[in-house]
Design a protein around this ligand. Structure first.
Ligand SMILES: [Zn+2]
Length: 69
């Protein structure tokens, strides 16, 4: 595989084998790898500081009524 760099800062990218993403620690962005091809588009990148999909309620107070934490 060619050495890939961040399209924004031209810095080196780390390969996250768990999520199949190329991660730029400087920009806090993760670029997806689809069908073995890295998608080096800022518009496709995931912000590492944003909560992952499916946990939209994680930051909200418990609305269950039980208040179990
Ligand atoms: Zn970068």
């Amino acid at each position: 595989m060619d050495l890939l760099v961040c399209p924004l800062c031209k810095g080196p990218l780390g390969h996250d084998h768990a999520t199949h993403e190329l991660v730029c620690a400087a920009d806090r962005l993760a670029f997806p790898i689809r069908d073995g091809i890295a998608v080096m588009l800022e518009s496709e990148a995931r912000n590492l500081d944003a909560p992952p999909p499916g946990s939209t309620n994680a930051a909200s107070p418990s609305a269950d009524g039980n208040g179990a934490v």
